[in-house]
Design a protein around this ligand. Structure first.
Ligand code: SAH
Length: 350
């Protein structure tokens, strides 16, 4: 049993089973034993790798997309250049390097990061020391100003609740104890469930997930953009409408039982983009492969390849393929871009 599993078992004995969202929140962000609180999980030494860690091209192209969107909207100054859940700060560093030549963009940008993990805030401060970023605790604290925002693999880390449909109606999936081990169970039947399309259209016996923190985050960003203008790119794995149980644990680059090692495995769920898009005045949605291709990843990859040979060329080609190929990250990952009513379309979409 991990130290966090012992604490959770004690809590469940005292006050009863907890929701999947409570379980996920404790596993990821418990102040002492949480997964993100205690470690830097990225890269070969960690449990998983993300698009900005795979290739500099990812942050570069998103940076140029945000800069183009800023130009298309009349270069508002000052504006907030924000990232949610910046990890090691790699995406923001690549974004800033790629946009150095865009006249006025850096001078007008107020770089603002939202990061729950004190450990990762330190890593971000080191990576971005040349740029004087600032951190805000909550999305409500984003300045009242035009907002250009990127969030990669942020929504999938927010705690989901799971609901099971059956003969008795809807019940919530809970984490309880059996023979002193954490186990899944079901609540008593519920009088009501969240009002999103996934619930309204759920077939019999479906398991449906709801990510309320994701809906709140997208709603707050959409409100800022509706009021002051701007664009937000949300990139994550998932799809259009929640489909079954997508709670997954990853430990040492291998799938793990989500209840087996609380605090020592990464826990995520696929993102249902449908109820998130509904919160924006205007949006565009496509696969990561399609968006990166329209943003010019093939030309950028060829350009970088000119300076490479041997193993480094091979791994550069593999990274390009990994980000864009439908059998790798190209189709599973989606991009939701939200913007304001009547604004120019976000770069990277048709
Ligand atoms: N965007 C980075 C990291 C993705 S991992 C990349 O692509 O490499 C998820 C990130 O979100 C981590 O930085 C994690 O600490 C942060 N995070 C998770 N839950 C959060 C929350 N509730 N508030 C703010 N940041 C959070």
């Amino acid at each position: 049993m991990t130290p966090l599993a012992r604490l959770l078992a004690q809590r469940i004995r005292e006050t009863g089973p907890i929701t999947v969202a409570d379980y996920m929140a404790e596993c990821l962000l418990h102040p002492v034993h949480g997964y993100y609180t205690t470690r830097d999980p990225f890269g070969a030494a960690g449990d998983f790798t993300t698009a900005p860690e795979i290739s500099q091209m990812f942050g570069e192209l998103l940076g140029l997309a945000l800069a183009q969107a800023w130009l298309d909207r009349g270069s508002p100054a000052p504006f907030t250049l924000a990232e949610l859940g910046p990890g090691r700060g790699t995406l923001m560093a690549d974004l800033l390097r790629a946009t150095k030549g865009v006249p006025g963009f850096h001078a007008a940008a107020r770089i603002t990061l939202v990061e729950a993990s004190p450990r990762l805030r330190e890593v971000q401060a080191a990576t971005l020391s040349a740029y004087a970023p600032r951190w805000v605790e909550r999305l409500e604290d984003l300045p009242e100003a035009p907002l250009f925002l990127v969030a990669n693999e942020f929504l999938d880390a927010l705690p989901i609740r799971q609901f099971q449909h059956g003969p008795q109606g809807w019940q919530e999936r809970l984490v309880g104890l059996r023979d002193e081990a954490l186990t899944f169970g079901l609540s008593a039947p519920l009088p009501e469930v969240p009002d999103t399309p996934a619930f309204r259209h759920a077939p019999d016996a479906a398991l449906v997930e709801d990510n309320l923190p994701a809906r709140l985050a997208v709603a707050k960003v959409s409100t800022r953009i509706a009021r002051h203008g701007g664009v937000a790119y949300w990139i994550d794995y998932g799809g259009w409408r929640s489909q079954g149980d997508t709670l997954q644990a990853l430990r040492n680059h291998a799938p793990d039982d989500p209840l087996a090692h609380p605090g020592e495995a990464d826990l995520t769920a696929h993102v249902d983009f449908e109820p998130l898009a509904a919160l924006a005045q205007a949006f565009a949605y496509d696969t990561q492969g399609a968006v990166l291709t329209r943003l010019g990843i093939d030309a950028r990859a060829d350009r970088l390849a000119q300076a490479l040979a041997g193993d480094r060329l091979e791994s550069h080609r593999a990274a390009h393929r990994r980000l864009t190929h439908p059998e790798e990250m190209g189709s599973l990952f989606k991009v939701l871009a939200i913007t304001s009513a009547g604004a120019p379309p976000p770069p990277g979409f048709v």
